[in-house]
Write a protein that binds this ligand. Structure first.
Ligand code: 1GP
Length: 247
């Protein structure tokens, strides 16, 4: 289901949208807003995951999401051992922008047999942290340095090496709550040269950014903080973005 979703997103003219639900945050009051967004076709999928586990109610949160949201829910965890057994697929991230073996392959070894037993669909995804103007949780936790936002050539070479190694998707991540989203120029370069779906997240909070990144060739745009902070506003922005697409 995940590879199908990514494949379809890559074929469409305009980017698909995934809402990131972080298990460490309480998003209950936003859920009906999210459910409506899905119904209206403004949200295409939910990504579920984050760097920390801060409460013990994940099972309940997952079940609520499943009940209320009529969209696929894909796992996007910092640790594949945290994947929920009924997830619709796993973005199996390898942090290729960093040089921390734990996040390149170590965690994957720990989770491999478990994932195999779950039988969950796994999409090998190159995860590139791009400098978003401040130290991100992902960079801090993984103890890695993001690619500077003006180093498009390094981002491209990293993504190309990942594709050559067999990765099926590229995830350009400015970091949750980034001051600056991934630069349009970087997205444009990678999407024009690579034939795999490109997912972009971090610091996206307006219809203008959605449009610019989509026009640059992003296939999936991921929104987290903006939804947590003001779900109604971001749904309005998504409506603007999606409606403009159909005109
Ligand atoms: C997912 O980290 C992003 O890739 C989410 O970032 O919380 O800034 O939207 P935001």
């Amino acid at each position: 289901m995940l590879s199908k979703f990514l494949h379809r997103a890559a074929q469409q003219k305009s980017a698909s949208v995934a809402l990131l639900v972080d298990p460490s945050s309480q998003v209950e009051e936003g859920l009906s807003c999210l459910a409506k967004g899905v119904e209206e076709g403004c949200v295409d999928a939910v990504f579920y995951g984050g760097s920390l586990r801060t409460h013990s109610e994940e099972e309940a949160q997952w079940n609520t999401l499943r009940q209320k949201i009529q969209a696929p829910i894909f796992a996007f965890p910092s640790n594949a051992l945290q994947v929920h057994p009924t997830a619709d697929g796993l973005l199996h991230l390898s942090l290729v922008s960093g040089r921390n073996p734990d996040y390149l392959i170590g965690r994957h070894v720990e989770a491999a047999v478990y994932l195999d037993e779950l039988g969950i669909e796994v999409v090998p995804t190159a995860y590139l942290l791009i400098d978003g103007g401040k130290v991100s949780t992902a960079a801090y936790i993984t103890n890695t340095t993001p690619i500077p936002s003006d180093k498009v050539d390094i981002a491209y070479a990293t993504a190309l090496a990942s594709v050559q190694l067999g990765m099926k998707a590229i995830y350009l991540e400015a970091g949750s709550g980034a001051d600056n989203a991934v630069p349009v120029k970087m997205v444009k370069t990678l999407s024009s040269k690579l034939d795999v779906p490109i997912i972009v997240g971090g610091g996206i909070r307006s219809a203008e950014q959605l449009r610019a990144l989509s026009d640059a060739g992003a296939d999936v745009l991921v929104i987290g903080n903006a939804f947590e902070e003001n779900p109604f506003q971001i749904m309005a922005d998504l409506r603007t973005f999606k409606c403009a697409v159909e005109v």
